[in-house]
Ligand binder design. Structure first.
Ligand code: GN1
Ligand code: MG
Length: 355
């Protein structure tokens, strides 16, 4: 991205600042994200939203701005500077929206960066797992009175298992011989887990598990901590939409309880950490147990396994499709991610019963 393009986009938002410098925040798989230093001493997060993946960007922006406002109202007893450390704040564009479209058709949005915060790609102590659980649980609890019907489905059928299977089946038809051969073992694994991985889907379809406001991308790197490892704020709310709590519970576990990063290629390093699972679950339930029904609670562990599977399946599907969705750094990157997630499922199943 050219600096001039970032500067121009930055200037299309209402702040009393000039563009000083920028650096890329490169951990996401979909959007392009930049840290912009302003002359007012504030750090901003400028983001180009991938409108190939997100077809209705204005709808996405409206979802996340409204959820932020709702969360901010829950903290209205606190001083403003504290609220802004707990909830993302979006900046209006000069045209009165919260996004700007440049001449190339790129969509931009701007947030205030939360200073003195850290993120973790992997977790190395129980406290972080517990704090992560509290923050995700609190996000679900504080949004439990927000009418999910007021949110658009940013990516239709995002965590819908039947949809992910149909994409997988389509990918099998177009995949190269070579990729089919490389992926064979994992393709077989997908079929062997199919029934179990549809249990939550069926409970959702029958209405036994209800739709709520959910985040849908609760990996631990989307949680900010302060420098004492205390949880601060859940970020990356692009995928906020109606969903079931199980996948928010589970996506955090997918990343907290994996002893390695999601694309670690040495599978001996990929192990499920039960101690972190228990610490995370404790924090999560402390915040949201009272808002959940018995059936929602019963299926949380299966939700975690199912969420890991969804990611394994999506990475594998993208590999078979020739890497059209996720950013990849080398040809087998998606396959390596899938292998990693399948190993995590195996390790989890060895350590605990999910049903
Ligand atoms: C993508 O772009 P990022 O890193 O926030 C993906 C998530 C996956 C995640 C895996 C819109 O999120 O669903 O869990 O990668 N987001 C989208 O790391 O597909
Ligand atoms: Mg995301």
């Amino acid at each position: 991205m050219k600096e001039q393009q970032l500067l121009e986009s930055f200037n299309k938002f209402n702040h009393n600042s000039e563009f000083l410098s920028y650096s890329e925040l490169a951990s996401g798989h979909i959007n392009d994200t930049y840290l912009v230093k302003g002359t007012d001493g504030t750090n901003y997060v400028l983001q180009r939203i991938n409108h190939g993946v997100f077809k209705d960007v204005p709808g996405l922006i409206s979802n996340k701005v409204n959820v932020s406002k709702h969360l901010q109202s829950k903290f209205s007893h606190l001083p403003k500077n504290e609220i802004f450390r707990k909830v993302l704040s979006f900046i209006e564009s000069t045209n009165g929206n919260f996004y700007y479209i440049d001449i190339e058709g790129n969509y931009w949005n701007l947030m205030v960066f939360i200073d003195n915060s850290i993120t973790f790609e992997t977790v190395s102590n129980k406290e972080v797992a517990y704090e992560g659980g509290k923050l995700i649980g609190d996000f679900l609890n504080l949004t439990s009175d927000f009418d999910a019907k007021k949110l658009i489905e940013v990516i239709p059928k995002f965590h819908d298992m039947s949809f992910r299977f149909s994409q997988f089946e389509d990918a099998l038809k177009v995949a190269s011989e070579e990729r089919l051969e490389q992926a064979k073992k994992y393709i077989d694994l997908v079929w062997s887990l199919k029934d179990e991985m549809h249990i939550i889907q069926r409970l959702k379809e029958s209405g036994e598990i209800k739709l709520r406001v959910t985040h849908n991308d609760t990996k631990i790197s989307n949680v900010l901590f302060d420098t004492n490892n205390k949880g601060l704020c859940v970020i990356d709310t692009d995928t906020v939409m109606p969903g079931v709590v199980h996948y928010d519970f589970g996506d955090a576990i997918r990343t907290i309880c994996n002893s390695a990063a999601e694309d670690e290629t040495d599978l001996n390093k990929v192990n499920f950490n039960l101690e972190y699972y228990n610490a995370y679950t404790k924090g999560f339930l402390e915040k949201v147990e009272s808002a959940l029904s018995p059936i929602e609670l019963k299926y949380l562990p299966l939700g975690a396994k199912t969420m890991i599977f969804i990611m394994a399946l999506r990475f594998l599907t993208d590999f078979l499709n020739g890497d059209t969705y996720y950013k990849t750094k080398y040809p087998e990157h998606n396959l390596d991610r899938a292998k990693n997630q399948f190993k995590l499922i195996e390790s989890m199943s060895e350590k605990m019963n999910v049903l």
